[in-house]
Design a protein around this ligand. Structure first.
Ligand SMILES: [Zn+2]
Length: 346
């Protein structure tokens, strides 16, 4: 059974509810592009879906695989029926011609890519098209890009390869040039927020907060849900943003209380950024419905009164620069200390 490794990989993502293009959240333009390719019989051999993690690229790729293989759909419909044997097998991750290659740990490993290359040499078992989805094409083991390139240069018959990536700079230019790029833009905050209330049962305030921090990605919103609950937003507001001056011991104790993991720290800084943004809103627009942290309304109004607008904007600017530096691998402790010193200047 040549495809077993992929079937096992595919089993890792949770069993999916029935879904077709019509049920995908957002991404109307990308979906329309793919539907037109099916209708006009103008499929590319390889696609590159570009966009933030968790934004829905894999969902769309799977719906595309279903639409291509649907036994009821046909080219005119260019969508999955969700009921035929082929659609059901893809939903249940049991279709032998729809391969999903997920990273093992942090990376797609050499063995996985080599196995994929071997398996693609066969004709599709039962589908009209074989669809191979590489979920993290920008996280491949060294030298694997060259093997992938070979496959893209000599595309197997009846096969569509879909690379998913959030960081195209990590892909070889030769790979980029072989693929039809399709961009997945961040979803609007109200759309993510409504999805979190309707589909995930969150209350409106929580949904709005998570959606605002999600960078337009429903997957990220779900991923950070627990972490956000544990961040002491009220304390950050009172003990950090509420203080006119930041004494040395306060700066030190705050720095020490922060996580040493870069991603966790960046999330806290994002929360601080949205708190600062709310202080600016409270100071200028004075419209409570615009607040991200609307559950902290009283504290935000009180804190905003202590600050001038230029001071808040300066803090935001310094925080933004610090976040950029930490993202670019700066020493986290030094970057934070510089930020706090700058904040202490007023
Ligand atoms: Zn179908």
């Amino acid at each position: 059974m040549a495809f077993l490794p992929y079937a096992l990989c595919a089993m890792r993502f949770a069993s999916s509810p029935l879904m077709s293009f019509n049920d995908v959240l957002g991404h109307a333009r990308s979906i329309e592009f793919l539907k037109r390719a099916i209708k006009n019989d103008m499929l590319a051999h390889s696609y590159l879906f570009l966009g933030n993690e968790g934004i829905g690229k894999k969902w769309v790729a799977l719906q595309f695989a279903k639409a291509l293989n649907c036994l009821e759909g046909g080219a005119e419909r260019a969508d999955a029926c969700d009921h035929c044997l082929s659609c059901k097998k893809i939903d249940d991750q049991l279709h032998p011609d729809v391969l999903v290659l997920e990273p093992e740990g942090q990376m797609i490993k050499a063995d996985q890519v080599r196995q994929m290359q071997k398996d693609l040499a066969y004709h599709p078992y039962e589908g009209k098209h074989r669809v191979c989805i590489l979920t993290a094409a920008d996280r491949m083991a060294p030298n694997m890009s060259n093997i992938l390139l070979k496959t893209l240069e000599e595309p197997p018959l009846h096969t569509v390869i879909i690379l998913l990536a959030s960081n195209p700079r990590l892909l070889l230019p030769t790979i980029l040039s072989r693929c039809q790029p399709i961009r997945f833009n961040p979803l609007p905050i109200p759309l993510v927020s409504r999805w979190l209330t309707d589909q995930k049962g969150l209350n409106e305030k929580e949904a709005h907060l998570l959606a605002s921090l999600s960078e337009g990605s429903p997957g990220k919103a779900i991923e950070i849900e627990e972490e956000i609950r544990q961040i002491p937003r009220g304390e950050l507001l009172k003990g950090l943003l509420g203080l006119k001056s930041l004494p040395t011991e306060k700066r030190e104790s705050w720095s020490e209380s922060l996580p040493s993991q870069r991603e966790e720290l960046l999330l806290i800084l994002e929360v601080v950024k949205t708190l600062l943004r709310d202080l600016v809103v409270a100071k200028t627009v004075k419209d409570n419905t615009q607040l991200i942290h609307s559950d902290l309304l009283g504290e935000i109004e009180d804190t905003a009164m202590n600050w001038s607008l230029p001071s808040l904007l300066k803090r935001m600017d310094v925080l933004h620069q610090t976040t950029l530096a930490i993202r670019a691998n700066a020493n986290m402790k030094l970057a934070l200390e510089a930020m706090m010193l700058s904040w202490a200047e007023g």
